[in-house]
Design a protein. Structure first.
Length: 379
């Protein structure tokens, strides 16, 4: 018996109810978005290792995923045994340095300030503040251990991320094809072309971020070694790693470097600690402006094709609204949204959309090679 098609009002009502339900569900489960996004980002970074192992050894996709996933997971869980004791030692040393810096600041402020006939004793205004801040600084290591050991909620999200990463690595092809098949058959080619363009944007952004981290880390390491900053290599590497948090990360790194310069001084330059800290700030301003004005626009321009002003505003807004994770992914997310928006605009305006046919043709060639390889393995 042939079923009758739903009437237009019934279809529109069902669609409206479905959209409302999905929006309500998304709002209710909004706290899960960040862990799932983090898991997707980790899986995306790990996938090239899986593909490389699979192509080099000829093993199945599942075996490649298991080897890469559990090897990296073992290294992750083994690393605390090696790094946590040293990390706690460094944290204690850093706390002692902060206490020393705080003591010097208190001594300076406790000295009466004389302006003509006016004598101002600032120290009378903050005796309670002195005690509370000192207690806070002394308790930093204990607080860090307490936070690491008592966050059961974060542990649960961590397990969610671990499981999600594994299944994304294992079944990403099925997920991708399932999403593409949701498009009407006549538009599946367009859907795949859009997916391939978005994929190329994320790959280019990842490459540009890695290149930026390496260049910034090398630049800061060389500059701070040249002026005799203690632990220059470690601080340079830290600046490079934190570059993944655009605009915010390097500022955090240089704040630590300036504190070290002010407390320790130079290994060989005949400068006071204050002027040596000023020199460290000057080097930061030179390197960071070189990165912001010339290097990053050049790398980003080739990867996501966004204006530097748009990138800067988007990053600051993401930091305020979504935190570090938002700042990391906001640039490729905007670029991906522009790709989808450009296609939808073409449909609304009634003209032919501009798609990356070169990417689709390359995908077809790759699929043909994969099919030939599967046929040879079956023979």
């Amino acid at each position: 018996m042939k079923r009758e098609r739903w009437s237009a009002p019934a279809r529109y009502l069902t669609l409206s109810l479905l959209i409302g339900f999905l929006l309500a569900l998304g709002w209710y489960a909004r706290s899960t978005f960040q862990p799932l996004i983090a898991a997707g980002l980790i899986a995306y970074i790990m996938m090239p290792l899986v593909n490389l192992l699979k192509n080099k050894t000829g093993i199945t996709h599942k075996w490649a995923v298991n080897l890469v996933y559990f090897l990296l997971l073992s290294l992750f869980f083994a690393s605390p045994v090696v790094f946590v004791p040293e990390l706690l030692t460094q944290l204690q040393d850093f706390t002692d340095d902060l206490l020393k810096l705080y003591g010097e600041a208190i001594s300076f402020l406790n000295a009466p300030i004389t302006v003509g006939s006016l004598v101002l004793d600032v120290g009378d205004y903050f005796p309670q503040l002195e005690t509370s801040i000192a207690n806070l600084l002394r308790s930093l290591p204990e607080r860090a251990l307490h936070i690491l050991g008592s966050t059961s909620r974060n542990t649960a999200w961590f397990l969610v991320i671990l499981v999600t990463v594994y299944y994304l690595l294992l079944d990403w092809d099925k997920v991708r094809e399932g999403v593409i098949r949701q498009a009407p058959e006549a538009y599946r080619r367009d859907a795949r072309a859009i997916f391939l363009e978005i994929k190329s944007i994320w790959a280019a952004y990842l490459r540009s971020q890695i290149a930026l981290m390496v260049i910034v880390g090398i630049a800061f390491s060389i500059a701070w070694l040249a002026i005799g900053l203690p632990s220059a290599l470690i601080l340079g590497i830290l600046a490079g790693v934190l570059t993944i948090i655009p605009d915010i990360g390097p500022t955090i790194a240089v704040a630590i470097a300036v504190a070290v310069a002010f407390l320790e001084g130079s290994n060989f330059l005949p400068l006071s600690n204050f002027w040596f800290a000023m020199l460290a700030i000057l080097i930061y301003l030179v390197v960071i402006n070189f990165k912001n004005i010339w290097l990053r626009p050049r790398l980003m321009g080739r990867s996501v094709h966004l204006h530097e002003g748009v990138v800067f505003i988007a990053i600051i807004a993401a930091v305020v609204l979504q935190g570090i994770l938002g700042a990391i992914i906001v640039v490729p997310v905007i670029a991906s949204a522009l790709v989808i928006g450009r296609y939808l605009k073409a449909g609304i305006m009634g003209y032919e959309p501009v798609l990356r046919e070169d990417l689709y043709e390359a995908w077809e060639v790759e699929q043909g090679n994969e099919n030939e390889k599967d046929e040879r393995s079956n023979e």
